[in-house]
Design a protein around this ligand. Structure first.
Ligand code: SF4
Length: 293
């Protein structure tokens, strides 16, 4: 997801429609008025869902709750835009093809997508209409849709925040394993698609070390990924409480460093410089500095 995205228009708020619980997540069906948004990364972005079951501790999309309050915590609700495909079809009649980012404020391939298939069908409409797609996900479910992407201008990207499976489970409790995400890139490449990986947010003392960065970049080189993005941990609205929750249980000794990184500008500037240097070194050692974006 992109932190720059803005919420779409909805018929009502809070959402109506059938409500049910699924594995502790409240799933509600809602209707949207528009799906494709202008701006963000690329010309457009879209989200078939409000909320994200992956429940990442550092998630920047938590700001959505400001515009669409829910009683449940972030990660514990998903609103499904059941008319997303129909609305997109109408919008596409009026728009010039461009570049679309999927998805900007949720993971379009989060578990609920296995049932609703909204992201898949929206992607199908978009590529058939000549739009270029940039996909970013933490879910191996995206492999289901390689048949939709193949033969079109689609870049399949995954986000990987750490090479360590245990830490990934802590920070991204309901996303696919790290090894499954690398597998997504391998299969997308084998299908002839462009691939990208986002290393971010790089987590202090977990994935910002020389050892972790070297592991991440060496793996990117081995897979032959086409584009590599990196990002440090950023102080976005509503992010700190989620990070605190994780650190209280799993890393109280790191609390102070995370706090300073988010709230102490001079510490942050120095950290940013040092991290950028370590990233450059790791990319150079792995022979992939030309693919850094
Ligand atoms: S995958 Fe994680 S970071 Fe991305 S929108 Fe979902 S909860 Fe947020």
């Amino acid at each position: 997801m992109s932190p720059d995205s803005q919420p779409e228009l909805f018929d009502t708020n809070p959402p109506p429609g059938p409500v049910r619980g699924a594995e502790g997540v409240m799933v509600r069906e809602i209707r949207c008025k528009s799906l494709l948004n202008r701006g963000g990364i690329g010309d457009y972005s879209f989200n078939g869902y409000v909320g994200c079951q992956n429940g990442c501790g550092y998630c920047y999309a938590r700001f959505m709750q400001r515009f669409h309050p829910h009683a449940e915590e972030w990660g514990r609700f998903v609103d499904v835009k059941v008319n997303a495909v129909e609305v997109l079809g109408r919008q596409l009649r009026r728009l010039e093809p461009g570049e679309v980012f999927a998805c900007s404020a949720c993971d379009g391939w989060q578990p609920v997508e296995a049932e609703y298939r909204l992201t898949r069908e929206c992607c199908r409409l978009l590529v058939q209409a000549g739009f270029r797609l940039n996909v970013l996900t933490k879910s191996k479910l995206v492999l289901r849709d390689l048949d939709v992407f193949t033969g079109h201008s689609v870049c399949v990207g995954v986000t990987i925040t750490t090479p360590d499976e245990s830490w990934a489970r802590v920070w991204e409790p309901h996303a696919s394993s790290v090894s499954d995400r690398w597998e997504v890139l391998r299969q997308a490449k084998a299908a002839g698609l462009k691939t990208a990986v986002m290393f971010g947010p790089l987590l202090p003392e977990i994935s910002d070390t020389d050892e972790a960065l070297s592991d991440l970049f060496a793996r990117a080189a081995e897979v032959g990924v086409d584009r590599i993005w990196t990002d440090m941990l950023n102080a976005r609205p509503r992010v700190w409480p989620g990070i605190q929750d994780v650190l209280r249980t799993h890393g109280p000794h790191m609390y102070e460093q995370y706090r300073r990184l988010l709230f102490d500008p001079s510490f942050r500037r120095q950290y940013q410089r040092q991290l950028a240097e370590r990233i450059r070194t790791a990319a150079k050692d792995a022979g992939v500095s030309d693919r850094l974006n």
